[in-house]
Design a protein around this ligand. Structure first.
Ligand code: SF4
Length: 507
């Protein structure tokens, strides 16, 4: 432990792994650190070596089997750097920290702070204590003391924001580590959530994504089974809020009042991400997921009847212990019936600490691989056909930032349709009279010219442009010089609610 300090403000970097919960927690960690006087690390000019922050925070994920090896690898890499950089501190938080606790400081004694998922608000104090006491601080709480949304948050997007409505989960899916690490579900009061949404809208945000491990179980803690649909309807009353999304719902709690609220609330987008995990009722039982194939398909039928343009996506795990060829064929059956717009597919991997990791009947890797490929091929074909069926359709997009790899140089911009499909469009062919450049957060209307498997293209002229408060907010933000390396997120779309989750961490 080192104590020397310069008079310059100390820099920080947050490295994030895992699901949207962690991404949003990292926004809070950044907010907390900046409140405490730290400044984000600036990236190096091209060609120069990447700088290292005075404080490096790992916000970890315990979902993958080898997550701990990766963490210790990264910590090992930082050990000599820290030894050569007086005053540098390293903190490890998130799910892996909650799980491994003191093991981290035993295996990597150069770590200064270990904090859990329930006490992210303690980070600045723990860093300071580690510095003053010259010894590592490990603080893991078993349950939440303060709902994290009351902490300062550094939002990474000017036009779209995450809003946590609950944390934790009361289910016991056997492949999932969340109940062990994030605890029982805690719900925020509706008034608090709506006040946060209103404050975001006042700052220029047009889109919010309501976030919870089991988002539609919202209300279980205060005993209102319809609390989630009421919340969606209440979001519909907030002027200036153009788009409302949520992730991830659980099929068991997906009640008709939620479908009605989605269909009848104009700013709730026609999009649903609902994890299937397996199409086999037998396997769902083994996974301890309390719905069966028919219930899942019935929900899809009802959603499609009530919201005909809804894009429905899912998460599927292939090769759960004991999965037979018949079980797998049931999954393919559901995929064919549901015609998902998109599916996040995962080869089952043991997650230490979960009941399924102990099951004897693990499926051989070559079988998992083969099934996985068959599933991906089928889903890609369906996604492609569904996207092709949209050719010729006129859609409204919210212009997004950093979602199209080929954007620079081609004049191509990208945006998200109401159903959250990614659309690349010709940003140079603007309607007559529109002279100002488009900004992230602005709305454009385009006609789809081609459906590819994972995105749509609109190569013709933009039909209409609507400059928005979100675009203004983006412009204000970018006018102030902003660092580019403040939060190193392990996610494709920095800080903006991702269209779909990247891991079956919930629902
Ligand atoms: S998969 Fe989702 S519903 Fe199941 S235990 Fe994990 S967080 Fe809860």
């Amino acid at each position: 432990m080192t104590t020397s300090r310069s008079t310059l403000p100390r820099t920080y970097e947050v490295r994030t792994y895992g699901c949207q919960m962690n991404v949003h927690d990292s926004e809070r960690l950044s907010g907390l650190l900046e409140d405490a006087g730290y400044v984000p690390l600036e990236s190096a000019p091209d060609g120069e070596p990447a700088p290292v922050a005075d404080v490096v925070v790992f916000n970890t994920c315990a979902v993958r089997e080898n997550a701990d090896n990766k963490l210790y690898g990264n910590l090992g890499h930082l050990a000599p750097i820290k030894a050569a950089k007086p005053g540098m501190q390293i903190a490890v938080g998130g799910c892996l920290a909650q799980k491994d606790r003191t093991t981290i400081t035993r295996k990597a004694p150069w770590v200064d702070v270990v904090f859990g998922t329930h006490n992210i608000g303690s980070l600045p104090v723990l860093l300071e204590r580690a510095r003053v006491q010259e010894e590592a601080q490990v603080e893991i709480l078993e349950s939440l003391e303060v709902f994290p949304s009351t902490l300062p948050t550094k939002r990474d997007s000017a036009y779209a924001a995450w809003v946590s409505i609950s944390v934790g989960c009361n289910n016991t899916c056997t492949f999932c580590i969340v109940p062990a690490l994030r605890g029982k579900e805690k719900d925020r009061r509706p008034g608090e959530i709506l006040a946060e949404v209103e404050a975001l809208v006042a700052e220029g945000v047009s889109e919010v994504t309501l976030l919870g491990q089991n988002v539609n179980a919202y209300g279980v803690e205060f005993g209102d089974r319809q609390a989630f649909s009421k919340l969606l309807r209440a979001c519909g009353e907030i002027g200036g809020l153009e788009r409302v999304r949520f992730t991830s719902p659980h099929p068991a709690e997906f009640t008709d009042d939620v479908i009605e609220a989605m269909a009848e609330t104009p700013n709730v987008m026609p999009q649903l991400h609902m994890p299937l995990q397996s199409g086999s009722s037998r396997l769902l039982k083994e996974m301890r997921r309390s719905y069966r194939q028919q219930k899942f398909l019935d929900i899809i039928t009802k959603v499609k009847a009530a919201i005909p343009d809804a894009a429905i996506s899912t998460d599927i795990i292939v090769g759960f212990p004991g999965e037979t060829e018949e079980d797998f064929l049931e999954t393919l059956h559901v995929v064919r019936e549901a015609r998902f717009a998109n599916a996040f597919t995962f080869q089952y991997s043991k997650r230490p600490g979960t009941p399924a990791a102990e099951l004897p009947d693990q499926v051989p890797p070559e079988v998992v691989k083969d099934r996985y490929q068959r599933l991906v091929d089928l889903q890609t074909q369906i996604s492609w056909e569904e996207n092709q069926s949209l050719e010729g359709r006129v859609v409204e997009l919210m212009v997004s930032e950093g979602e199209g790899r080929k954007d620079t140089g081609t004049g191509r911009l990208s945006g998200r349709a109401r159903d959250n499909r990614l659309v690349h469009f010709n940003g140079t062919a603007l309607p007559e009279g529109v002279t100002e450049p488009l900004r992230p957060g602005d709305m454009v209307t385009v006609q789809v010219t081609r459906g590819a498997p994972h995105y749509l293209e609109a190569d013709g002229a933009v039909v209409a442009v609507r400059r928005t408060r979100s675009g203004d907010a983006w412009e204000r933000r970018t006018a102030e010089p902003r660092p580019t390396a403040g939060v190193g997120l392990g996610m494709p779309s920095l800080g903006v609610p991702a269209p779909l989750p990247d891991a079956p961490a919930c629902g």
